[in-house]
Design a binder for this molecule. Structure first.
Ligand SMILES: Cc1cc2nc3c(=O)[nH]c(=O)nc-3n(C[C@H](O)[C@H](O)[C@H](O)COP(=O)(O)OP(=O)(O)OC[C@H]3O[C@@H](n4cnc5c(N)ncnc54)[C@H](O)[C@@H]3O)c2cc1C
Length: 220
């Protein structure tokens, strides 16, 4: 690690100059879906517990992260106290919907198929998770539930819309309040099919236009 650190500081090259996600892709988990429902992130290192498992990471290896796009399960954020500084309770409610389990299991099978390619023959080691001995749907999903992690794209806690659960209207104004808008990833009614940073910037650009148009006397 020290030589890598020195190399990075001297030349901005080497392992530390690389992105943690070297490759990725959007795939269909099976032929029964009509558009990609799984995103793969491919990492040139052994990655577990959101990178907290440094012991594992110090060994050579590679990982593929399988992410279910557009999950049907939705969770809750609950206020726990009148104290605004008290942390809320967050329940992601992962895999409550059986369709999410199916997409994940099928996605893992696709990732296994990719990693079984001849090009990996010289590098392949033992499969750590879910583990080669886990082949049935039940065995795979059991391990997934134990190891589940995030790609940090939660949305929807202040969803835009006009139904009972909507927090903001289509102009991002909070229902029932004057002079307050929410402009961030939380207004997305559902998770989009990919990473959330660029769409959040698009939401902000659109909101800036709406606010400026209102300021110029146009009530939208
Ligand atoms: C580890 C990680 C990796 C990610 N990687 C990617 C990626 O590779 N690609 C991608 O597209 N997306 C990625 N995302 C998701 C992306 O960062 C978010 O979707 C996006 O930043 C959401 O924007 P936001 O404005 O809703 O919230 P944020 O970006 O979280 O902005 C909220 C802001 O509010 C500020 N704030 C909080 N409380 C207060 C307060 N009380 N007063 C004043 N300010 C406050 C915070 O400091 C912060 O600046 C990643 C997220 C994480 C956590």
């Amino acid at each position: 690690m020290l030589p890598d650190t020195i190399r990075y500081f001297l030349s901005k090259r080497g392992k530390l100059a690389k992105s943690i996600t070297e490759a990725g892709g959007f795939i269909k988990s099976s032929d029964s879906v009509n558009r990609p429902d799984v995103q793969l992130h491919m990492l040139p290192l052994l990655f577990d517990d959101s990178g907290r498992d440094l012991k594992l990471m110090s060994n050579p290896g590679y990982s593929v992260h399988v992410c279910v796009l557009r999950p049907k399960s939705s969770g809750n954020v609950t206020i726990t106290s009148a104290d605004p500084f008290a942390a809320p309770e967050i329940d992601y409610n992962f895999f409550a919907d059986p369709d999410d389990c199916k997409a994940m299991v099928d996605g893992i099978r696709q990732a296994r198929r990719i990693l079984a390619a001849k090009a990996f023959d010289d590098y392949r080691g033992e499969e750590l998770h879910p583990g080669a001995d886990r082949q049935s749907d039940e065995q795979i999903i059991e391990k997934v539930k134990e190891k589940v992690g995030l790609v940090y794209h939660p949305v929807g806690t202040c969803k835009m819309g006009t139904d009972r659960m909507a927090v903001v209207d289509p102009q991002l104004r909070v229902h029932g309040l004057e002079g307050l808008r929410v402009v961030d990833a939380s207004i997305m009614p559902r998770l989009i099919s990919g990473n959330t940073n660029a769409p959040t910037i698009a939401i902000a650009e659109k909101a800036a236009d709406m606010i400026l148009e209102k300021a110029e006397g146009c009530d939208i």
